[in-house]
Design a protein around this ligand. Structure first.
Ligand code: AMP
Length: 143
C-alpha cells in the first residue's frame, strides 16, 4: 500500500491557512474540522509551514493567551517534511516514528495534493495485518 492508494480512499482535500491567519482562527478551524494540523500555504501556493495542536499548546504555555491574536507564522514549524505519492505505508510509519510527528503533507511536482495523518497510517496498517491474518487462516484451513 502506498500514499496514492491511501489518497484514493480518503480524498485529496487539505485544510490550509495563510501565514497571516491568527492562531485563534487556526484553533477554531482545527476544532470545527476535528483535525490535528493545518498546512500553512503562502501566496505562491507553496507549503510555508505546518501548525499542529501541539504548537498551539506550546505557544499558550510560552506566551499566554495573547498569542492567539498573533499570526500563525509566528508559531508554525517552517521546515516541513513532506512525502510523495510513491512512498509506502512502511516508509510513512518510519518517518513519523523517527521524527515524532503525526502529519505528512503529500507533494507532487511542488503542489500540495493531500495529507496523511497517523490515523490514516494506523487504519491502513491494521487493515493490512487483518488481511494477512485472514489469508494465513485460509491457507492453514485448506492445506
Ligand atoms: P504533530 O505530532 O503532527 O501534532 O506535530 C508535532 C510537532 O511536529 C509540531 O511542532 C508540528 O508543527 C511538527 N510537525 C508536524 N508535522 C510535521 C511535518 N510533516 N514536518 C515537520 N514538522 C511537523
Amino acid at each position: 500500500m502506498n500514499v496514492a492508494a491511501i489518497l484514493r480512499q480518503k480524498g485529496r482535500a487539505v485544510t490550509t491557512a495563510s501565514p497571516s491567519t491568527t492562531l485563534l482562527d487556526v484553533a477554531s478551524k482545527l476544532a470545527a474540522k476535528r483535525i490535528g494540523a493545518i498546512v500553512v500555504v503562502g501566496t505562491s501556493g507553496g507549503v510555508d509551514g505546518i501548525i499542529s495542536e501541539r504548537d498551539i499548546i506550546r505557544a499558550l504555555a510560552d506566551h499566554g493567551a495573547e498569542c492567539l491574536s498573533k499570526p500563525v507564522s509566528e508559531s508554525m514549524t517552517r521546515q516541513v517534511v513532506t512525502c510523495q505519492e510513491t512512498d509506502t505505508l512502511d516508509e510513512l510509519m518510519a518517518m513519523m516514528t523517527a521524527r515524532r510527528f503525526r502529519h505528512l503533507p503529500v507533494v507532487t511536482d511542488d503542489a500540495l495534493v493531500g495529507i496523511i495523518s497517523i490515523g490514516d497510517v494506523v487504519k491502513h496498517h491494521v487493515a493490512e495485518v487483518e488481511m494477512e491474518a485472514t489469508a494465513m487462516r485460509d491457507y492453514i484451513a485448506h492445506s
